[in-house]
Write a protein that binds this ligand. Structure first.
Ligand code: ATP
Length: 299
């Protein structure tokens, strides 16, 4: 759905995005992670057709996005600093959205009143930061976009509202194959939502992974043997981290789960458990060499 090919963007004194390429499939939720100043907002604004790249190409739905009015009617970008017309209410903004987005769904707009408990006739600029963000989501979900690009979308929302918004996102992806791109500093915040993760560091994508592949391939194991760890034990495993805790050996290993398990059983351990890994652990252990970048997004 979104194809970014060798894209660069430079501002006066900084190369914000350097030769970035990525592909985001229709119906997926893509998490764009990175520390402050990594280039996330710049990249998202190019994907949304707001900034023009200096070089490279960006296609959304197979078409170049910049100045493409037809495609932009199917795409919504929610920036980190929200903008509404001065003095407007949610209802007035809804009239504007209705004109701009052909897929606007009036019935859904009124139904979503149950999710967002805000008076539609209240002036948006008088609302709290979190309520303004709710208003932005309310309008975006009612416009039924094919592509939703979100820059730090959950900032300012309370825990209950975060969950409601996440549920609506997942529902739209499942039911109408909406494509979502979410930028965040925080891996934990988006780990239950995204199916793909890209990590941007100093303008470059340093890691891009499908989460199911990642989770299927890394395991945390706990083993103990009568008489200590056999000498040959570790040689047949791809160990990325190990720690001895008394008589128990804790290891993070890579490889197919069944193969790892059958290998370990040969050594007849007295204790053997495969423990769940958080996404944070997977990134930190898997990407050891680039840990400096990962640390900032798993805080
Ligand atoms: N309009 C602009 N003019 C000049 N420099 C800019 C502009 N926008 C971004 N930059 C610079 O480009 C780099 C990337 O900024 P960007 O806002 O894309 O990062 P980010 O990953 O979104 O950061 P954050 O997480 O802090 O929001 C930074 O060095 C920033 O100072």
């Amino acid at each position: 759905m979104i194809d970014v090919r060798h894209v660069r963007k430079e501002f006066a004194d900084v190369e914000a995005v350097k030769d970035v390429s990525l592909h985001i499939q229709r119906g997926s939720i893509y998490g764009l992670l990175g520390s402050n100043g990594a280039g996330k907002t710049t990249l998202l604004k190019m994907m949304a057709g707001i900034y023009k790249q200096d070089s490279g190409e960006i296609f959304v739905g197979g078409e170049p996005i910049f100045e493409n009015t037809t495609m932009k009617q199917k795409l919504i970008f929610l920036p980190d600093a929200l903008y509404f017309f001065p003095q407007t209410t949610i209802w007035q903004m809804a009239q504007f959205y209705k004109d701009v987005y052909p897929s606007w769904n009036e019935e859904r707009f009124w139904r979503l009143q149950d999710v967002f408990p805000i008076d539609v006739h209240k002036k948006i600029h008088r609302m709290s930061k979190g309520m303004q963000r709710q208003a932005a989501f309310w309008l975006a979900f009612s416009a039924m976009p094919e592509v939703l690009i979100l820059d730090e979308p959950l900032d300012g929302l309370d825990a209950v509202m975060r969950q409601k918004v996440k549920n609506l996102l997942v529902q739209d992806v499942a039911e109408r194959n909406m494509t979502v791109v979410i930028s965040s500093h925080n891996l934990r915040e988006v780990e239950d939502l995204c199916d793909h993760i890209g990590i941007l560091h100093k303008g470059e994508i340093i890691v891009e992974k499908e989460l199911d592949d990642l989770k299927a391939d890394v395991h945390k194991i706990q083993v103990a043997f009568r008489g200590g760890v056999p000498t040959a034990f570790l040689t047949g495993l791809h160990v990325v981290y190990q720690e001895q805790r008394g008589s128990v050996l804790l290891c993070i290993v890579r490889g197919q789960k069944e193969r790892v398990e059958s290998y370990i059983h040969q050594f007849e351990p007295v204790i053997f458990d495969v423990l769940p890994l958080t996404l944070e652990e997977i990134f930190v252990y898997e990407m050891g060499g680039i840990g400096y970048a990962i640390e900032n997004i798993v805080v």
